[in-house]
Design a protein around this ligand. Structure first.
Ligand code: CP
Length: 301
């Protein structure tokens, strides 16, 4: 068992987070250092991904390491009934670290407990996505020049959105104020509101987007995730609930930056892309440097 895994953002304290962000800045200056020469990283994706898998794989390859794994679990022996326990045991005997995305909440924690090598949670159901959170923090730091005392507006699928759940926990180190904007069906779960109250983090809730983020420093949009709904009728009711358009940004603060973990569907109109406040594509690029910092920390002692 390895205790170096990154399963939840709460595995890292404030100093750990700041250390990763500082390391990411160094990797951004030079992303091609061969510090993982001879190392093998396994990427096991039981759910679809573009950015997370490809940026982790690019991170490792640019650092001189190699990749094994699968992007479609149907091509692995899990399709024959092999347990997650046995898959992790086997892959852990081939690789120096495992990056895993799984549809079950808690799967990454379980994998980290049975793995002989570090495990990175690349998203477990609606629970956590800590590497996304670290790249979100890096993007916030780069655009705002600070992490402390920011107004952050979280919009969309706050019920199933693992990125917003992880972000609340990470920002708790930096005195944020949150606004949660979601329809009734996708409201922020109570456990995260309890977390905010316990940590003296002010928050308000609304179901209105237009005119409701003019005091925000960060507008964090999220996709309504069809794959998390048991009732597809409910998904149909809320799928287009918010669409951010360029004309809605006219009263926003000059320093506002719009983040989105991506992929987007209808929640950000393409006419926002040309606005200098749109930062979601740079945010995804930042993921490369942050994931290099994570792999360096996990594999290089
Ligand atoms: N942000 C994110 O997790 O994107 P992918 O699903 O494409 O990996």
């Amino acid at each position: 068992m390895s205790n170096k895994s990154l399963v939840s953002i709460t595995d890292y304290d404030r100093d750990d987070i700041l250390s990763i962000l500082s390391s990411a800045a160094e990797f951004e200056k030079n992303p091609n250092r061969k510090i993982l020469d001879g190392k093998v990283v396994a990427t096991l994706f039981f759910e679809p991904s573009t950015r997370t898998r490809l940026s982790f794989e690019t991170a490792v390859i640019r650092l001189g390491g190699s990749i094994i794994g699968f992007s479609d679990a149907a091509t692995s022996s899990s399709a024959k009934g092999e347990t997650l326990h046995d898959t992790i045991q086997m892959v852990g005997s081939y690789a120096d670290a495992i990056v895993m995305r799984h549809y079950l909440e808690g799967a990454a924690r379980y994998a980290s407990e049975v793995s002989p090598v570090p495990v990175v949670n690349a998203g477990d159901g609606a629970n956590q996505h800590p590497s996304q959170t670290l790249l979100d923090l890096y993007s916030i730091l780069k655009t705002q020049k600070k992490l402390e005392r920011l107004n952050i507006c979280l919009v969309g699928d706050l019920k199933y959105g693992r990125t917003v759940h992880s972000l609340i926990m990470a920002m708790s180190h930096f005195d944020p104020t949150f606004k949660f904007i979601a329809p009734e069906e996708l409201k922020m779960p109570d456990e995260y509101k309890v977390f905010c109250r316990k940590n003296n983090i002010p928050f308000t809730e609304s179901d209105e987007l237009a005119g409701n983020f003019d005091d925000a420093d960060i507008l964090y949009m999220t996709r309504v995730q069809k794959e998390r709904f048991r009732d597809l009728m409910e998904y149909e009711r809320v799928k287009n609930v918010y669409t951010l358009r360029n004309d809605m940004l006219s009263e926003s603060k000059p320093n506002l930056r719009i983040l989105h973990p991506l992929p987007r569907v209808t929640e950000i109109n393409p006419d926002v892309d040309a606005n200098e406040k749109a930062y979601y594509f740079q945010q995804a690029q930042n993921g490369l440097y942050v994931r290099q910092a994570i792999m360096n920390r996990l594999i290089n002692k």
